[in-house]
Design a protein around this ligand. Structure first.
Ligand SMILES: [Ca+2]
Ligand SMILES: [Ca+2]
Ligand SMILES: [Ca+2]
Ligand SMILES: [Ca+2]
Length: 424
């Protein structure tokens, strides 16, 4: 606070008897938070009678334990007379008489005309002081307030906030992405033929990908039409920040036509993982598209952040093999044999896997190469509900295009092997 302000308070102080008290009480006096989660201290200001009616403001220290809490920001501060937020400083004099609260920051509201808080009458909320619970701390901690300056002629009273920081570790995230096989450039969305053909299974299909989750969706979600209609199941993975080939956690989820990855059971855009808050590589995978991994570990906490694989501003791990259509970047289709490579010619090629599926089907009694094989199959590379090797809307053209148009395939060879960027 400026010297002139101190002076103003001091001058008015002389004239005023001590009657009233400025009182700070948190909106919530007792809260629980998971470590790594965020929590707000919301001080409510009140004034005990008799009011002087000439309050010059309030200077308030917010004391906290830096081993338990990390100060993030002040939001929605009561604007009348609000001063710039002070730096977090060490509570070396232990001004709140709690040795555990080793730091504080100061919030101040000043009105030299002694009309604070203006036209707003107490009680009023002075703002939100946001903290993040340190991931290394569990237990009980307190946030306390003391006055650095009270208004003239008033005392200060406050109630602390008690926080129980628990180790129930959950992190949340939002993810978006588009699958080339279903993507329609003109609409900027994906087709939902698998859904309209009632082919999307109720239980997650990623056991073959080493994901043994028990995720199930509902007929109500699968009946959702429009922008949020499910396109297919996808697999979201959290991987070790030092070993990106190592999966820490995985969850099968639904991908909506507009690119949102949602909880398969609830349809919520927020995916919840029961892991310790911290840094993880994030992967988005699909049954027959090349999967993507974030370029770097992403900090996950109880606050959901968005990772959007469709954006150029979201770099991916390794050699970026996303396909650009319009403004969107897409996961490339074509991995019919699940080896994280796109191959159209030569050993282990994906084209032959599609052909083999068509020819081997008992339904294809005449063993025709142009037979349309309906069903939810990995070989349905364009996700239209049928596997088709030749003819319009066949499943191998996009695969071939991805190989021929790959920037690394400078000679446009059909036998070029396009490796996925997801580390295995
Ligand atoms: Ca203290
Ligand atoms: Ca959506
Ligand atoms: Ca392949
Ligand atoms: Ca197809």
């Amino acid at each position: 606070m400026k010297h002139s302000v101190h002076l103003a308070i001091a001058i008015v102080c002389l004239a005023m008897p001590v009657h009233a008290a400025q009182i700070i009480t948190p909106v919530e006096t007792s809260v629980s938070v998971n470590r790594g989660g965020v929590v707000a201290f919301k001080p409510v200001y009140a004034l005990s009678s008799p009011e002087t009616g000439a309050e010059t403001g309030l200077g308030m220290r917010v004391h906290f334990d830096a081993r338990a809490l990390l100060f993030k920001e002040v939001k929605n501060a009561f604007a009348y007379g609000f001063q710039p937020v002070g730096e977090v400083v060490v509570d070396s004099l232990d001004l709140d008489a709690d040795p555990n609260t080793d730091h504080y920051l100061t919030l101040a509201w000043v009105d030299v005309a002694a009309q604070w808080p203006g036209n707003d009458k107490p009680p009023l909320t002075l703002g939100e002081v946001w903290f993040e619970a340190q991931s290394a701390f569990t237990g009980t901690t307190h946030i306390r307030t003391t006055a650095s300056d009270t208004a003239d002629g008033t005392a200060f009273q406050s109630t602390p906030m008690t926080l129980a920081v628990s180790a129930a570790d959950t992190v949340m995230l939002n993810m978006r992405g588009f699958l080339q096989g279903a993507y329609v450039t003109s609409s900027g969305q994906m087709r939902d033929n698998l859904r309209t053909s009632k082919l999307i299974p109720l239980t997650q299909p990623y056991a073959e990908w080493g994901h043994n989750g028990t995720e199930m969706t509902t007929t109500a979600l699968l009946d959702t039409a429009g922008n949020d209609a499910p396109v297919d199941w996808v697999l979201v993975e959290l991987r070790d920040q030092n070993q990106p080939q190592t999966r820490i956690a995985s969850q099968a989820a639904l991908l909506q036509r507009d690119g949102d990855v949602v909880d398969a059971a609830t349809g919520s855009n927020t995916l919840v993982f029961n892991v310790v808050p911290g840094d993880y590589y994030l992967a988005l995978r699909h049954r027959n598209h090349l999967g993507m991994l974030s370029a770097a570990p992403v900090t996950l906490s109880a606050n959901a952040n968005l990772l959007d694989f469709s954006q150029m501003t979201t770099p991916v791990y390794g050699k970026d093999v996303r396909i650009q259509q319009g403004l969107a970047l897409l996961l490339p289709t074509g991995d019919a044999n699940l080896d994280n490579k796109l191959i159209a010619d030569g050993p282990n090629n994906d084209k032959n896997t599609v052909l083999g599926e068509v020819l081997a089907s008992p339904e294809n009694t005449g063993t025709h190469t142009n037979f349309q094989l309906p069903g939810y199959r990995v070989t349905d590379l364009n996700l239209d509900g049928k596997t088709l090797y030749v003819g319009p809307d066949n499943d191998v053209n996009a695969l071939l295009g991805n190989i021929l148009l790959s920037p690394a395939n400078s000679t446009a060879s059909t036998n070029y092997i396009l490796p996925g960027s997801l580390p295995r």
